[in-house]
Ligand binder design. Structure first.
Ligand code: UDP
Length: 235
């Protein structure tokens, strides 16, 4: 196995599937199967899931809701997704723990770094919900921070695009994909990989990122075995 411990970042939007809001049960099952494959290979799996399919803090201001309040609403949205994923993974026969950045003790554990590491060592899939628990951050920043904290080998950012392109491939048909790219080049070319806070955390801590298409069956397991899929971003 190329990676022993991974941090898988899934966006909330990805969970929508073809719907315009909420959670698509078919997509949830697909992701469960993909995660099970790598877990069965003995890879330690930590997951951060976004909340964009339900609510984002930036949307709040447009609706007359205070930004900070909106961010907390966004964090709660990530927890809803995390709970759905936890349930699906457990129905798939995996042991899981949901750790939250905000204390919601009747539902999940608070995030405690040592405990998270212990869960991973015991083969439990750890889902980090509610972001880092602070407004003005994103779940990408959560993914970078938690990956560093639990000493993951890599951040695997599962998206609906199969890597980092010279331009947005959905808008520009001449865009080409990078197989690998350095952190420095991403900055220089102003490419959109993650928000800058998240990206800088990875760069400063030498934590590589792979951006890949999570919707292609088998991609995740190929990645952990070292196949070159998506775009690898390293120092
Ligand atoms: N959020 C936050 N702090 C965090 C993580 C998330 O305030 O540490 C809020 C923020 O409003 C964000 C929302 O939760 O817009 C949902 O997360 P995100 O937008 O990262 O989800 P994704 O785009 O991955 O679906």
């Amino acid at each position: 196995m190329k990676y022993k411990r991974i941090l898988l970042k899934l966006s909330g939007e990805a969970l929508m599937g073809d719907k315009s809001y909420g959670i698509d049960p078919v997509r949830l099952q697909q992701y469960t199967q993909e995660i099970k494959k790598v877990h069965d290979m003995g890879v330690e799996v930590a997951i951060v899931i976004g909340g964009g399919n339900i609510f984002r803090g930036v949307q709040a201001e447009k609706s007359g809701i205070d930004r900070v309040q909106g961010d907390y609403m966004g964090m709660l949205a990530t927890l809803i997704n995390a709970m759905a994923l936890q349930s699906a993974l457990e129905q798939g026969g995996m042991y899981t723990r949901l750790m939250s950045g905000i204390k919601i003790e009747s539902v999940c554990e608070p995030f405690i770094r040592r405990r998270a590491i212990r869960h991973l060592e015991k083969g439990r899939i750890v889902i980090f919900g509610a972001g880092i628990g602070n407004p003005y951050f994103t779940t990408d920043s959560t993914a970078s921070l938690r990956a560093i904290e639990v000493e993951a080998d890599i951040v695997l950012k599962g998206t609906r695009v199969d890597g980092v392109y010279t331009a947005d491939p959905e808008k520009d048909s001449t865009a080409t994909k990078y197989k690998t790219i350095s952190f420095h080049e991403v900055y220089e070319k102003n490419l959109n990989v993650m928000d800058m806070t998240a990206f800088t955390l990875c760069q400063e801590n030498n934590l590589p990122i792979i951006v890949f298409d999570m919707n292609v069956a088998g991609n995740l397991s190929k990645l952990v075995q070292g196949e070159e899929i998506g775009t690898l971003i390293t120092s």
